[in-house]
Write a protein that binds this ligand. Structure first.
Ligand SMILES: Cc1cc2nc3c(=O)[nH]c(=O)nc-3n(C[C@H](O)[C@H](O)[C@H](O)COP(=O)(O)OP(=O)(O)OC[C@H]3O[C@@H](n4cnc5c(N)ncnc54)[C@H](O)[C@@H]3O)c2cc1C
Length: 431
């Protein structure tokens, strides 16, 4: 019976698989390129900020079984989010973000018709084709724009490849559920899992980027960038689709179909912006325990707040269509663009905003080493690609990670945990 495995990546997926396999006696070696576990879970305490901030994943998007169970085991309190879609009435009216009533309109009127048509669609097609066919002309211009912004903003999806079937599955699931933030940050879930792995004698190597994978049936040798070799009977690769696509891992013999499959699944990107101010100038008295989600037409369109305890932080979210122009700017230019957007959204004086700013951090995930993007989205034809990548190569090379998850909450930490868990089960069953 096979009992040794190398896992590439100590993100949510790799750690979950490592725990499952080491708990049943496998000899598990995890190789992680970064000097910390977590991958796209990135809780930081940057200089100048008064509390920790989430540079990557922030929310548990619903009552998601694996995440909730893990938090329970780890004794981590989850704070429900009381969210409100709005732009707060700071300095009277005049913000360009959506008022509460606008948000209700946004999600009910034409949106219902769009969801109905998506449900009835017999043959899958891209969202772009779908909108052009069923919602043409001036009458639906605003709806098309909303659908594009929703797909880009929430799913990080490109209109011209995103699958209607996949988006429908996700959109019809997501609006009613409770959401949570883990107390102390998402990092606590990662630290708990890493501790569990060590408890089961799993070895974790950090700052160990894998460059080469040499394999044959039942045997694998991987080499890190510094040339250090590791051997095992099995390999599980949990790196992002961005890393697979970029060819950072070289396989000998090559597995071109698998790398092509990684390109056929959508993988979007995102810039996340964290701005701390002296005061929560956006707060009305009534909204202390609410997280406000602000959507707008501004160059940096989406912003949200925290709750009372970390109230002076605004988080910005810049999806793909805005990124090329934004990343051309230098550091100050990027902050200026954010402040210009906020000045318009809240109808406040731009100079006042500058004087309020205490600390800032801009994270461009397309540029993040060993991540190279945000998260996956469904594409037309992506299902076959996922199926191939989920099929082990000669029972020896396995793939996992959020991009391969098949359930109702793609592109999430839950997706990554679930993929790690399921893949470990299959590996155990096949050995
Ligand atoms: C900005 C942002 C915000 C997000 N917000 C949320 C949210 O609010 N809620 C939510 O549920 N999800 C969110 N997500 C998505 C979520 O973070 C991911 O789906 C999940 O963390 C992916 O986990 P993973 O283990 O599949 O991959 P990763 O986290 O990418 O882990 C893979 C690991 O492999 C390592 N690696 C890569 N190449 C190599 C190599 N050659 N050698 C060794 N190691 C390597 C990487 O360093 C990384 O640690 C967000 C993502 C981003 C980017």
């Amino acid at each position: 019976m096979s009992t040794s495995i190398i896992i590439i990546g100590a993100g949510a997926s790799g750690l979950m698989a490592a725990r499952s396999l080491s708990a049943v006696g496998w000899s598990v070696t995890v190789l992680e390129a970064a000097d910390r576990p977590g991958g796209r879970i990135l809780t930081l305490e940057p200089a100048g900020f008064s509390a920790y901030v989430e540079g990557g994943a922030e929310f548990i998007h619903g009552d998601l079984p694996v995440s909730l169970q893990l938090a329970k085991e780890a004794g981590i309190v989850l704070h429900p989010i009381h969210s409100q879609m709005a732009s707060p009435p700071i300095e009277g009216e005049g913000g360009t973000g959506l008022e509460k009533e606008d948000w209700d309109d946004y999600m009910t009127s034409d949106w219902d018709e769009l969801m109905q048509k998506l449900q009835q669609l017999e043959q899958d097609q891209t969202l772009g084709e779908f909108l052009a066919t069923y919602f043409p002309g001036e009458r639906y211009a605003a709806l098309r724009d909303r659908a594009r912004r929703y797909a880009e903003g929430y799913d990080l999806a490109d209109l011209h490849s995103a699958s209607c079937r996949g988006l429908y599955k996700e959109w019809s699931n997501e609006l009613e559920e409770e959401e949570y933030r883990p107390e102390g940050g998402y990092r606590r879930l990662v630290d708990y899992l890493a501790g569990e792995c060590r408890r089961y004698n799993c070895t974790l190597h950090f700052s160990s980027p894998v460059a080469e994978v040499h394999w044959q049936r039942g045997r694998v040798e991987v080499k890190t960038a510094s040339g250090q070799p590791f051997t095992a009977d099995r390999l599980l690769v949990t790196v992002s689709l961005g890393v697979l696509r970029a060819g950072i891992l070289r396989f000998f013999p090559a597995i071109p179909d698998y790398l092509q499959a990684a390109r056929d699944i959508g993988y979007g990107t995102i810039v996340k912006i964290l701005l701390e101010f002296k005061t929560a100038f956006w707060r009305g008295k009534e909204a202390q325990d609410q997280t406000l989600f602000i959507l707008s037409d501004q160059p940096v369109p989406t912003w949200w707040t925290q709750t009372a305890s970390t109230d002076t932080l605004l988080t910005g979210w810049l999806p793909v269509s805005g990124i090329p122009a934004f990343v051309q700017l230098d550091r100050q230019g990027r902050i200026d663009r954010c402040l210009d957007s906020l000045a318009n959204i809240f109808a406040v004086d731009r100079a006042f905003l500058s004087s309020q700013l205490v600390a800032s951090l801009v994270l461009d995930w397309s540029d993040a080493p060993y991540i190279l993007g945000g998260y996956s989205y469904p594409t037309v034809g992506g299902q076959e690609a996922r199926t191939l990548l989920s099929t082990p190569v000669e029972g020896t090379l396995w793939f996992g990670g959020e991009g391969l998850y098949e359930g109702d909450t793609p592109g999430t930490v839950e997706a990554a945990f679930s993929s790690g868990l399921e893949t470990a089960k299959k590996i155990i069953a096949q050995s």
